[in-house]
Design a protein around this ligand. Sequence first.
Ligand code: F0G
Length: 425
Amino acid sequence: MTSILQCIDCAQQYPIHSVIYACQACGGLLDVKHDFDAGGLKITRELFDGRLGAFAAPYNSGVWRYKELVYPGIDASGIVSRMEGNTNLYAMPRVAAFAGVENLFLKHEGENPTGSFKDRGMTTGVTQAKALGMQRVACASTGNTSASMASYAAYAGLQGIVFLQDQQIAMGKLAQGIAYGATCIQIKADFDRNMELVQQVSQRLGIYVLNSINPFRLEGQKSIMFEALQQLRWQAPDWIVAPGGNLGNSSAFGKALLEMLEVGLIDRMPRLAIIQADGANPLYRHFRAGFRNFEPVNARTIATAIKIGNPVNLQKAIRTLEWTNGLVEEVSDEQIMDAKAVVDGAGIGCEPASACSVAGVKKLVANGAIKPGDTVLAVLTGNILKDPEATIGYHADQLAGITPGARNRILQADDDIDQILSLLA
Ligand code: F0G
């Protein structure tokens, strides 16, 4: 076996084909651990650089290009891939000026097949579901995981089941889940409760859970770091900044960076800053309290993707903060939406939760944690089309509690050339 499951707390190991999401001995979260030497292939920058531009599967995927670091033992014929990843890295002076740094790179994960980074974890999660012979897969979701899982399940010929909250789900995401043919259940409960329900129901019915407590999801999400660092010619930035909700990405980033250091793909560890909305900030509070006595919060934010009060990957995120000498910051909904307007207005665009990254950089520069000369990689997690209501609400100045700082008003005119000319004068 080139890979095993291992508890992050007590180090108990389990065979890679175990259908478990927590340690049977102590309840801790599980890692997938690989033996990077097993294949006899040396993992080098050149190995991965040589696969850039590949036409054939699996290396045409921005996840499976790094197969040796993601799931070395899986047979390539069993991989369920939509050629995810391969997303662009933008250097945007206008956004950098807004944030207050000279060198800002935006890694746009909204350019994935279903419009969010979730596809990178879903290709590995659904591949494992197939390897295990599962027929049904399920997740609780604030929207993007469900959109991604619905797509990959349909693509792989599996039945997808999604547990959604009955309010505050962005339209684009809801539409995707329905359109891809998943069984969609809107439940009168918030995300955190749905997370519990999906695990209990799945256990009873033998359904495979594809939330990020499933460690195979995180193996795929590590590739955001692999690909971004490859795009930076393997030169680690000073900072990596990303939003935090269920903390799957944060956890995956820490593991990815540590592994890259271990095999020598990068020479130094960047620092990670995790950004939360101030109404959904359990990790921020826990960080400020020195990680003593974690308390879940009742989450509220316009960035519905990260409206999460009790993140399942908390312990892995804390580990990541230790490994990367990282920190946690919070931003207000208004700061999120103003940052989004700047990213959108630069012609790139992202959904509200993604703009946490840019709003977070701005705040961290203002309070001195990030120096204006530092090189910063900010991850944009989702596509602008995911949440049109938030975008239009902002520009129409119809969002409660938010005064838009960068409004683009829609003008109105009759069928009258003179009126239109005067509007453009
Ligand atoms: N950004 C977007 C666009 C998301 O959809 C999510 C999570 C996050 C950031 C936070 O990432 O959970 O790894 O810390 N969305 C999940 C979902 C929870 O159900 O779609 P995280």
